[in-house]
Design a protein around this ligand. Structure first.
Ligand SMILES: Cc1cc2nc3c(=O)[nH]c(=O)nc-3n(C[C@H](O)[C@H](O)[C@H](O)COP(=O)(O)OP(=O)(O)OC[C@H]3O[C@@H](n4cnc5c(N)ncnc54)[C@H](O)[C@@H]3O)c2cc1C
Ligand code: SF4
Length: 448
């Protein structure tokens, strides 16, 4: 702990976002960076608590106090070495992690101003690439082969760990490039895809093989491998099968998001295939992160207006007594995309998509309320206002994903990431990939 009084004298400082009128005209990353002096000062706020809750709350067990101290002292290479011990891809989590660590930082619990762990992590990772601290390792091979199905963060972390352990690893993915939802879900304005390419290049140089355009049937896994990791994510989005679902203009969120990311990567689509909010009134159904990404994407495509509705109540601002620590604080989240302009409504149920000549023109909705269920369990939904129509030319359904079911699998097949847990977070996917790699290793060693 470099400066024992910094937490009293240095206020939390975030790098903040690019100005709205600048950022909504492109898909460049919205988040800015602090200068080196400010970044090191931010790291100095870490109090090196006797029981570091941040380290416990991070699914990867990142050693925040240790690398914050190294960062404060300007020992960037040491900071990266400490970070790399627990996190294969700090450049991903440093950009898009909701920072579970910060929500359990003592400075959050006591004064609502945690150490800027996520931004610090990103700064360390970027400096590591700039200064050449990201070195290429050449693991000694142990003669065994592992196939990883799915090149999302879970599959990539499993592949990376197994490769370092000496296994010869091949990653198969049905997409044309690696990253999973990092590449074909999360918009470029949150995560530039060059950041993924840079890491994949390192992994390739270290010996991981990638095979794209391979849609693998989990019941007919490719032959010639000693073990398999299924990291196939949650491919099925939750749909809304109400009257009018077939109308032109009603889309699943990923139809918008993955296509936009592909367009930015150079792919072209016919006017008929193209999903765009340009010149349209947009309605996003679902109040979570995927919905927020639809909002930011719609702004950049030139939407006339954007409205987001959510069936659940509006969470409280700042503090929620219903979710005390160590629960995740369910509080109102206002993202960079919300800041760019959007009407947000809660407690709204969707009844019907309405249209003319097969094209969407609006959505019939109704305000509702939630009453406690006398029998316990999920609260009961009751009507709370008249039915109304929200005019809309295009709708994005952002209501989550269905947890996949897997058939009984042979002993040498392991499941990782969202495919195992249901839709979650990048940091949890990486943690699961690492854990799965350890399980594969233990299994293959026992077999010997
Ligand atoms: C729009 C959106 C925004 C998000 N934003 C955030 C965020 O800001 N922060 C955060 O922490 N989390 C975010 N998440 C969640 C996060 O992206 C996921 O939890 C994470 O990517 C899961 O990783 P995974 O590797 O398990 O699966 P995925 O990332 O889904 O990767 C699965 C991979 O498996 C491949 N695959 C599937 N089936 C097959 C098959 N049969 N054969 C071959 N390949 C196959 C797919 O092509 C894909 O590449 C977001 C999710 C979405 C949808
Ligand atoms: S990965 Fe996420 S939770 Fe873990 S230290 Fe980084 S920002 Fe915090």
């Amino acid at each position: 702990m470099g400066n024992p009084k910094a937490f009293l004298t240095v206020p939390r400082k975030e790098a903040g976002y690019r100005p709205i009128n600048d950022r909504i005209h492109d898909f460049g990353e919205v988040e800015q960076t602090l200068n080196t002096k400010d970044r090191q000062e931010q790291a100095s706020r870490c109090m090196d608590c006797g029981v570091p809750f941040c380290h416990w709350a991070c699914p990867l067990g990142n050693k925040d106090p240790e690398w914050n101290d190294a960062l404060y002292r300007g020992e960037w290479e040491m900071a990266y070495k400490l970070l790399k011990k627990t996190n294969d891809f700090p450049e991903f989590t440093g950009r898009i992690c909701p920072a579970l660590c910060e929500k359990s930082c003592v400075l959050y619990l006591s004064e609502g101003a945690p150490v800027t762990n996520r931004e610090n992590e990103c700064a360390i990772a970027e400096r590591a690439y700039q200064e050449g601290y990201v070195t290429i390792e050449h693991p000694v091979r142990n003669g065994k082969r592992v196939a990883v199905i799915g090149a999302g963060p879970a599959g990539l972390a499993a592949a990376n760990q197994l490769n370092y352990m000496g296994y010869e690893v091949t990653v198969f993915d049905r997409n044309e490039a690696a990253g999973g939802l990092l590449r074909y879900g999360i918009p470029n304005f949150k995560l530039n895809k060059g950041v993924i390419d840079r890491r994949i290049h390192v992994m390739e140089q270290e010996g991981v093989h990638f095979e794209y355009g391979q849609d693998i049937d989990p019941t007919k896994l490719p032959a010639g491998f000693d073990a398999y990791v299924l990291a196939t994510g949650t491919p099925q989005a939750r749909d809304l099968n109400i009257p009018g679902r077939e109308l032109k203009g009603v889309h699943l969120a990923l139809e918008l998001l993955s296509q936009q990311n592909r367009v930015l990567a150079g792919r072209t689509y016919s006017d008929d295939e193209r999903v765009t909010a340009q010149g349209k009134h947009v309605l996003v159904i679902g109040g979570g992160d995927t919905g927020s990404d639809c909002i930011g994407t719609s702004h950049r495509q030139g939407a006339l207006s954007v409205t987001q509705i959510e069936i659940m109540p509006k969470p409280p601002v700042g503090h929620n007594p219903a979710t005390p620590w160590p629960n995740w604080p369910v509080v109102l989240k206002t993202t960079s995309s919300h800041e760019e302009g959007c009407t947000r409504r809660w407690n709204i149920n969707t009844l019907e998509f309405i249209g003319k000549k097969g094209k969407l023109t609006g959505v019939k909705v109704q305000p509702i309320d939630w009453k406690p269920n006398p029998a316990g369990g999920r609260p009961i939904m009751v009507e709370a206002g008249p039915v109304e129509v929200i005019p809309a030319d295009i709708v994005f359904l952002a209501m989550g994903f269905i947890k996949p079911q897997h058939p009984e699998l042979p002993a040498n097949v392991f499941v990782a990431g969202d495919a195992a847990s249901g839709a979650s977070l990048v940091v949890r996917a990486i943690a699961s990939g690492r854990k799965t790699a350890a399980a594969v290793d233990a299994f293959l060693r026992k077999e010997n």
